[in-house]
Design a protein around this ligand. Structure first.
Ligand code: DX5
Length: 225
C-alpha cells in the first residue's frame, strides 16, 4: 500500500470544516475530522451531525477524542465516516468498542496518547486495523512532535510488522521522512498542511517524501528529490 497523507481538520466552526474539506477534496484519498467532547480532551469541535450536513468526496476518518466512543458510532455511520479512531483510555473496555466498530463495518484504529505505552495495548492490537500513535497531547493543532513517539512507532513495527501504523500530531515536511523511516504508514497532518501558503503543493511534497519511488500516473518512477 502506498503511504497515506491525511489532512486533519480540527475546528469548532462548520464553515471552516466545509472550506477545509473543499480545499483538500481530490488531493488525498482520506481526510480526518477531529471530534472532541471537552471531556476526554480539553477542547470541543464540530459534531458528527454537522459533518453529516456537508457533502464530501473524500473518505472520511473520524478521530474520536471523546469518552465512551461507542456512543458516537451510529452518528459516524450516518455521517458517512469509513474509519474511526478510538482512544485506549476512552473506555473501560476498549476491546468491546473495537469489536463493535468492526462489526458495524468501520476501518478501526486504536489511538494511544503520549502517556500510553505499547505494553498496555498489546492484547488489543489484533482487534484494530490501525494503531494510531499520537505525536502530541491530543486536542490541539500546531504542537511540536514529541520525539519519543518515533520509538513507539519502531516498537510497534517490530512487534507487529503487518499492522498499519498512523501518526497524528506534529508532523511536518521537515520531520515526515524520519517518521516514515521509523515505520509509519499513515500521516495525519493539520497545521503542516493547512497553515502553509499552498495546500496542493504541500500535499504533493509530503506524498513524494513518503513514497519516493512511487510510479507516477504515467508509470514512470519519480526521482527522489
Ligand atoms: C491532535 C489532533 C490532530 C491535530 C494535528 O490534537 O488529533 O489532528 O489536529 O494537528 P497538527 O498536525 O497541527 O499537529
Amino acid at each position: 500500500m502506498a503511504k497515506q497523507i491525511v489532512p486533519a481538520i480540527l475546528t469548532d466552526d462548520i464553515k471552516d470544516l466545509k472550506a477545509k474539506l473543499t480545499s483538500v477534496a481530490k488531493l488525498t484519498d482520506w481526510v480526518q475530522v477531529d471530534i472532541m467532547d471537552g471531556n476526554f480532551v480539553n477542547n470541543t469541535s464540530v459534531s458528527l451531525t454537522d459533518l453529516a450536513k456537508l457533502p464530501h468526496s473524500s473518505n472520511i476518518s473520524a478521530h474520536l477524542m471523546v469518552l465512551n466512543p461507542e456512543k458516537y458510532l451510529a452518528d459516524c455511520k450516518a455521517a458517512g465516516v469509513k474509519r474511526v479512531l478510538v482512544h485506549f483510555k476512552s473506555s473501560k473496555d476498549i476491546g468491546v468498542v473495537l469489536k463493535k466498530a468492526k462489526k458495524m463495518g468501520f476501518q478501526v484504529g486504536l489511538a494511544i496518547s503520549p502517556k500510553v505505552f505499547i505494553e498496555q495495548i498489546k492484547k488489543y492490537i489484533a482487534l484494530a486495523d490501525i494503531i494510531l500513535v499520537l505525536g502530541v497531547e491530543p486536542g490541539f493543532g500546531g504542537q511540536k512532535l514529541i520525539p519519543e513517539s518515533l520509538n513507539k512507532i519502531k516498537e510497534l513495527k517490530r512487534i507487529s510488522p503487518k499492522k498499519l501504523i498512523e501518526i497524528d500530531g506534529g508532523v511536518t515536511l521537515e520531520n515526515i521522512s524520519e517518521i516514515s523511516e521509523a515505520g509509519a504508514d499513515i500521516f495525519v497532518i493539520g497545521s503542516g498542511i493547512f497553515k502553509t501558503d499552498n495546500i496542493k503543493k504541500t500535499i504533493k511534497q509530503l506524498k513524494r517524501k513518503v513514497n519516493p519511488n512511487l510510479l507516477n500516473l504515467w508509470g514512470i518512477f519519480t526521482i527522489k528529490k
